[in-house]
Design a protein around this ligand. Structure first.
Ligand code: PLP
Length: 369
């Protein structure tokens, strides 16, 4: 006989997932409905309108993709990239590079602008690159989880419109924790995840496209080279037709709906303020024990902080001790920042002063401060 599932009770302060809110876990522990049951379809409608709220958009084509953030990322490119399209991508970290790899697989003529990891692009740099490449799509990572930097997006959409360029934005580590105004900023395509700022489990990933992006999809000469993520097909399940497309992960959608409802109950602006307040408390607390942040304050994310590993300290060993002795997960560095930083997430339900206090107390002990 197998023993019941037992997992350690960790405080997840890494780059994600974050701990799901107890109410979200409770919502997921509800009997599944059929994926075409009217009660479930009503819940899908609710998810759509709540997603529009957290993203601050009116886009009708706003859904949750059944899959993790990468699936929703793939959906943005699969639907809008036609072979030969020039796609300009801002690369200042690991996820910019993932966009490059992915866009290339859909036949894009990929161009890049780059910055050292931890920095962001200025409006001038973006403007010059748009003038040079005149791309069909410009892709930027709003919250680069590998570096902890926040890419400002104000006015980028306006620039894109001059060149008939669609603006695609990765909001995986920003949705729910960092101010985002998709419509005001003129963002045409965005994707996110459920397991970070929204405080749900991984697997149901927000996706949205503007009327301009939909027009490009409708006019394309080649079929979308990905059946599962084709929005013309998916739209018939999420839209008025309600045609079977795939069996939705019902319980995850229960969780996502509850997570979104909690954000709405708190109020989006309050939720953003809470993330900002708690991360500032984190930075101050880490500084008091002599630690430094990797990113300049102005561009730091409220959801994810890269903390420099001091000289002579074995970062991996510290993270292991935090996990095994203190039940706290923090992330290691990715790519260029491997071995140089820890990544500390304060996302969704985990963005609380108690999370900071627990982490700093444990770090003091582990580092002998
Ligand atoms: N984009 C960014 C900025 C991310 O941080 C992540 C995951 O951490 C992804 C995309 C991919 O999301 P997922 O791991 O949920 O597939």
């Amino acid at each position: 006989k197998l023993s019941p599932l037992e997992v350690p009770n960790r405080l997840l302060l890494g780059p994600g997932p974050s701990n799901a809110h107890p109410a979200v876990l409770q919502a997921m522990n509800t009997t599944p409905l059929g994926h075409l049951d009217p009660a479930f379809l009503a819940l899908m409608d609710e998810i759509q309108s709540l997603l529009r709220y957290v993203w601050q958009t009116e886009n009708p084509h706003t859904i949750a993709v059944s899959g993790t953030g990468t699936a929703a990322m793939e959906a943005t490119l699969a639907n809008t990239v036609e072979p030969g399209d020039v796609v300009l991508i801002g690369v200042a970290g690991y996820f910019g590079n993932r966009l490059v790899d992915m866009a290339g697989r859909y036949g894009a003529d990929v161009r890049t602008i780059t910055k050292p990891w931890g920095q962001v692009f200025s409006l001038d740099e973006i403007s010059t690159a748009l003038e040079t490449h005149k791309p069909a799509i410009l892709a930027l990572v709003h919250a680069e989880t590998s570096t902890g930097a926040r890419q400002p997006l104000e006015e980028v959409g306006e620039l894109c419109r001059k060149y008939g360029t669609l603006l695609l934005v990765d909001t995986v580590t920003s949705l729910g924790g960092v101010p985002i105004f998709l419509d005001e900023w003129g963002v045409d395509l965005a994707y996110s995840c459920s397991q970070k700022g929204l405080g749900c489990s991984p697997g149901a990933s927000p996706f949205t496209m503007s009327a301009r992006a939909m027009e490009k999809l409708q006019k394309r000469e080649t079929k979308v080279a990905n059946w599962y993520l084709d929005m013309l097909l998916l739209g018939k399940y999420w839209g008025v037709e309600r045609t079977y497309h795939h069996t939705a992960p019902i319980n995850l959608y229960y969780g996502l709906r509850e997570a979104l409802r909690l954000v709405a109950e708190e109020g989006l602006a309050s939720c953003w303020q809470r993330h900002q307040k708690n991360v500032e408390y984190l930075w101050e607390s880490l500084e008091t024990i002599g630690l430094k942040m990797h990113v300049e304050k102005e561009f730091r994310l409220p959801t994810l902080t890269t903390v420099c590993i001091p000289e002579g300290v074995d970062g991996k060993a510290v993270a292991k001790q935090l996990l095994l002795d203190h039940n706290i997960e923090v992330g290691g560095g990715l790519g260029e920042l491997a071995g140089k930083v820890w990544r500390v997430g304060l996302m969704g339900f985990n963005s609380r002063p108690e999370s900071v206090d627990r982490l700093v107390a444990a770090l003091k002990e582990v580092l002998g401060k």
